[in-house]
Design a binder for this molecule. Structure first.
Ligand SMILES: [Zn+2]
Length: 286
């Protein structure tokens, strides 16, 4: 891997939809093709037959599962699968939803335009991730001791009436219990939509993801409060927006956190202390 390779230097962001230790699935949509995913091998391999058998089967199995997800979500007229890889030294497969009235049909998406394609809405990243999770399970993410320590030391301020309430792992917060009781609820969850897999992203992208998470929770009729994550090192000036929500079970909170590309969510209730739950399969890395 090299720093100058555009694939190696592409860090996780809101366009990364799923990952494990060998490959990633990204949203590769463009203006003409709104349901276009790409499965990319992390390492430098140029040809399918350069992979060992187990790796080759794994890559193809993920491609088949991604194809199923694209069919399920986008209901296209046709799926195009393609592996060219002439520009970058990473094996990758394009999985593209096609419609008879799209801009290039029946040519490939790289052929000359035939028409102005029929407009189609983009698919929210959270919907792609939720669909991929159902088929592929939780993503695998490397967690360094420093990152694990940062999670353990983080504090969260939630904007409850009479607050802010302070949430810390292993600590109780009476203000929060009061807020739950006022809403007739017994469980809370704190979920962020920012910075997927703890990879720092642009503020505009984080704001859009936050709004999508808020809309999802409000649509379910759940009480929601704005919250913010304060890292232990406040001098860094870095904070992360989050939402405190009442009435979600821990399992639902993990599913929603995973749909927004989060490593973990904080949950609590019943006058107990706050607990960190992973939304990924964490793997220790140096
Ligand atoms: Zn590379």
């Amino acid at each position: 891997m090299t720093d100058t390779c555009p694939i190696c230097s592409d860090t996780p962001g809101h366009h990364w939809l799923w990952r494990d230790d060998r490959l990633r699935v990204i949203d590769a949509r463009d203006a003409d093709h709104p349901a276009f995913l790409r499965v990319i091998w992390h390492g430098h391999q140029r040809e399918m037959t350069d992979l060992g058998e187990a790796d080759r089967l794994h890559l193809m199995d993920v491609v088949w599962q991604v194809e199923r997800c694209v069919r399920e979500v986008a209901q296209p007229d046709k799926i195009n699968l393609g592996s060219l890889g002439n520009m970058v030294p990473h094996l990758h497969w394009h999985v593209i939803a096609r419609w008879q009235d799209d801009a290039h049909f029946p040519g490939s998406v790289w052929s000359a335009r035939q028409r102005d394609g029929a407009p189609r809405p983009r698919v929210p990243a959270a919907l792609w991730r939720a669909t991929l999770l159902a088929r592929l399970g939780l993503p695998t993410v490397g967690i360094s001791p420093a990152l694990a320590d940062a999670y353990a030391a983080s504090a969260y301020a939630a904007d409850v009436p009479g607050g802010p309430a302070t949430l810390r792992i292993g600590a109780a917060e009476p203000l929060l219990d009061q807020w739950l009781a006022e809403h007739g609820q017994t469980q809370w969850a704190l979920i962020s939509a920012a910075n997927p897999w703890s990879s720092r992203c642009e503020q505009d992208a984080n704001r859009a993801a936050h709004a999508a998470l808020r809309a999802l929770l409000v649509q379910r009729g759940l009480p929601v409060c704005e919250a913010v994550n304060w890292p232990e090192d406040r001098a860094s000036g870095w904070t992360e927006p989050a939402l405190l929500c009442a009435g979600l079970s821990p399992e639902e909170a993990v599913r929603i956190g995973a749909a927004f590309g989060q490593n973990a969510v904080l949950v609590g209730g019943g006058e107990g202390t706050a607990e960190l739950l992973w939304c990924v399969r964490p793997v220790s890395i140096p």
